[in-house]
Unconditional design. Sequence first.
Length: 310
Amino acid sequence: MSTTLGTSYRAATVPVRGGDLAVGVWGPDDAPTVLAIHGITASHRAWALLGSLAPELRIIAPDLRGRGRSNSLPGPWGMPAHADDAAEVLDAFGVERCVVLGHSMGGFVAATLAARHPTRVAEVVLIDGGLPIPAPPGVAPEDLLEALIGSAARRLALRFASIDNYRDFWREHPAFAGHWTPAVEQYVDYDLQGTAPDLTPSAVVEAVAADAVQLAGDEGYAGDLASIRVPLHFVRAPRNLSNELPGLYPEQTVAEWGARLPHLGIHEIDGVNHYTIVMAEQGIREVLAIVRPVIASATPTGTPTRERAL
């Protein structure tokens, strides 16, 4: 067991539509539970630092359908499908209601979970995701993937001769300059599949493309956000996926959603980008400073329901 992942880390699977969903868990089973949902091309290993820095919590983090070790699960994908999978995860772990964190696309899944399964969610923390992302003017739907997450999507088509080659690719990524850690290395290693010299990232291109279309939001999703009655928190990274200004979310966009959603609290963490807000120590410590009071004030978590064998 890796020390970076934490001695309490364990892997599990949960039966869902079409097969088993891979899940990572940190922390004691009797601790307050947080469901943590990763981004569009990521995996549950994006939450390793959260698990190691919050040993008083139980962090349950699935690999979304089409990603990580859940990449053999069939479509259809989309936020409703991911949200229903997340509800199955809560059932399997005996969690009646808990705080839900969502990073990037995981924020859209978290919000959809709160809208479709409102009794399961105590509060929602959207970490640089979950609010509709403005598409550049004139971008056609088929070009939205490139417009919103270009470099992350292009990576999925690449082939790597070795794990070291893939590590080098990520070391050179501008988002991780000065932030290469054992936790990031383990995240990178976990992402590879196949046999050298033909290793590939684990996310399924078709799943990513189908989900990306929903990131700009539509009136149905806007209605979902408005229907959520529990508190929502949005945490903004000022820098984007390439560590450049401005961030994924223009300040004006966030302010507009704050005006539309009176139950939305807005926070910003200085000096982080879209990745390091959860995958670097400064970012996740400041996220925890927001999350811990949320957990303390939320309805007690971890109440057993119909727990299934994992």
